[in-house]
Design a protein around this ligand. Structure first.
Ligand code: SME
Length: 160
């Protein structure tokens, strides 16, 4: 495992993601512990893009429970269907929110969050966790993020 991430912050977003994904694969190679791997993946995403908040919520019984994350302290439990995370779990699909103030029921863990993307990860055909990323800017996330973060989801699904 390399201890240094090599990211060209001058490059466009797609290039930065494309450069990052193989390094993320390297990060989890040789380690089997789920929490250790997800922790490093969250740290790498935070380091690469300096998002406000990057983390996962695990499905535990009838709610989501906070897992490894980087960023400000966050709410620990979210009910199915609640907030962006609970909606992504319920719908079993990625949700991109350009302006969190316009998302009905958005849960504001940080008042600095302006836009958000939440992607579900599956195990045995069911949502096992959601990956949640918050930005301090409006409309940060688009199809490029969706595409490459799906690659991150595949890495997460390989370790859960
Ligand atoms: N905003 C999320 C809650 C989690 S925090 O952003 C970390 C939501 O509406 O589900």
């Amino acid at each position: 495992m390399s201890e240094v991430l090599i990211i060209n912050k001058q490059a466009d977003k797609a290039t930065q993601y494309a450069d990052l994904i193989p390094q993320l694969k390297g990060l989890i190679t040789g380690e089997t512990d789920c929490i250790a791997n997800i922790s490093n993946l969250m740290a790498a995403l935070k380091q690469a893009f300096n998002f406000l908040w990057v983390g996962v919520y695990f499905v535990k019984d009838d709610e989501l429970v906070l897992g490894p994350f980087q960023g400000p302290i966050a709410c620990t439990r979210i009910k199915k269907g609640k907030g962006v995370c609970g909606a992504a779990w319920e719908k079993q699909e990625t949700i991109i929110v350009e302006n969190v103030e316009e998302f009905p029921g958005h849960i504001a863990c940080s008042s600095d969050s302006k836009s958000e993307i939440v992607l579900p990860a599956f195990k045995n055909g069911e949502v096992a966790l959601v990956l949640d990323i918050d930005s301090e800017e409006l409309a940060t996330f688009d199809g490029t993020d969706h595409h490459y973060l799906n690659e991150v989801i595949k890495l997460i699904e390989s370790v859960i």
